[in-house]
Design a protein around this ligand. Structure first.
Ligand code: KG4
Ligand code: ZN
Length: 347
């Protein structure tokens, strides 16, 4: 059984990350190090990620990140078997920075290079953390993504459905802004919602009338705006209780929609009779306890196991990129110095 050590790089959005993984064939992979530099502070004044600033910060931080990841893992470039890098999808300046950095290391050392799809990174994380066997159903829910995938192999995914407008994290963030709550909006809304009554305000449940696995979240944000303005018009402002009730109502609508669409996605997936059916969830929104509970209930009802990776591996990181690199390397995949960064790259 061959032991492989691999370096992973990630720079497709607003996190610069490097990680070193080691795995003996057919054994769980060890995360020897996982370094993440979060750029949130850099973009906070702009209310969103500024691509040019992000690219420059990635270019500045990648080298340091790689050095720290190697040193925290007690390894040197000479100990590595390959280098994996996010080659898309994402903000092209950031993706290019990572790919150029990886190519530089590869050209200098002769190490094989493997381009990794960022979404495959999220989608294979349940294998890295819990050794989940293919095929499993995956729900990716973050600030930028929202889709159901059946993961069949390291390079083989079937998309079952996804959002037709906003991602749920984006809806949480925009809603928080409308209510004067801090960013990121998800945790802020979850905290407020704990003190609120989810039944007071009538929020819609978008797309539930359609019998597919597609989702929509932009209508919830519009509904919130309308309900907020109605209260403000009546009372001249929002009380703490009004705000808590709005948060609770919004969160419960998101949870209901995700649960109902998960029920449908599970039905499709279970029809293939997997031996150990699993629904795995990943992405920042998977941190939400109300959403997790709703998904757990749906799985219990369907006879599937529910799993969510630890939060640090749910959000953007390079360990997941190194892991996809490992699986692809073992199956013989190699890229050359002509690897092309891709802003769009559906799974
Ligand atoms: O996966 P992630 O860190 O970054 C990407 O979008 O790629 O996800 C961040 C998103 C943000 O929109 C944030 O508001 C949301 O995840 N989020 C949450 C919670 N924690 C983070 N949404 C709902 N409830 C939470 N507890
Ligand atoms: Zn991501």
């Amino acid at each position: 059984a061959r032991t492989l050590t691999i370096l992973g790089l990630e720079s497709s959005c607003d996190d610069t990350a490097a990680a070193v993984l080691r795995q003996t064939e057919n054994a769980p992979a060890d995360i020897l190090s996982s370094i993440v530099y979060d750029q949130a502070e850099l973009h906070v004044a702009f209310g969103g990620v500024v691509p040019e600033l992000a690219a420059r910060a990635h270019a500045e931080k990648l080298d340091i990140c790689v050095r720290e990841a190697l040193s925290a893992a007690n390894t040197e470039l000479g100990d590595l078997d390959a280098i994996a890098v996010t080659a898309g999808p994402g903000l092209i300046g950031g993706v290019m920075s990572g790919v150029m950095c990886a190519k530089g290391i590869s050209a200098a050392t002769g190490l094989p290079l493997i381009g990794v799809n960022h979404l495959a990174g999220h989608a294979l994380t349940p294998r890295l953390t819990d050794g989940i066997a293919f095929p499993y159903l995956m729900l990716l829910v973050s600030g930028g993504h929202c889709q159901f995938l059946i993961a069949r192999g390291a390079d083989e995914f079937s998309r079952v459905g996804g959002t037709i407008d906003d991602a749920p994290g984006e809806a949480f963030d925009k809603t928080a802004r409308l209510l004067g709550l801090p960013q990121p909006g998800g945790p802020a809304i979850e905290a407020e919602a704990q003190k609120g009554d989810a039944t007071r305000f009538p929020f819609p449940r978008p797309l539930l009338d359609r019998d597919d696995c597609n989702l929509s979240f932009s209508g919830l944000k519009t509904a919130l705006l309308r309900l907020r303005d109605k209260v403000v018009a009546e009372k001249g402002g929002l009380t703490r209780q009004d705000r808590a009730d709005l948060c609770a109502g919004f969160q419960s609508a998101v949870a209901d929609v995700l649960a109902e669409k998960s029920r449908r996605a599970l039905r499709l997936y279970m029809a293939e009779a997997p031996t150990q059916p699993v629904l795995a969830v990943a992405g920042g929104v998977a941190a939400n306890q109300t959403i997790r509970k709703a998904l757990q209930d749906v799985c219990d009802e369907a006879g599937a196991a529910f799993t969510a990776p630890p939060l640090a591996l749910c959000t953007d990181n390079a360990a997941m990129i190194a892991y996809v690199g490992l699986e692809r390397f073992r199956s013989g995949a190699r890229d050359g110095l002509d690897l092309v960064p891709r802003p769009r790259w559906p799974l």
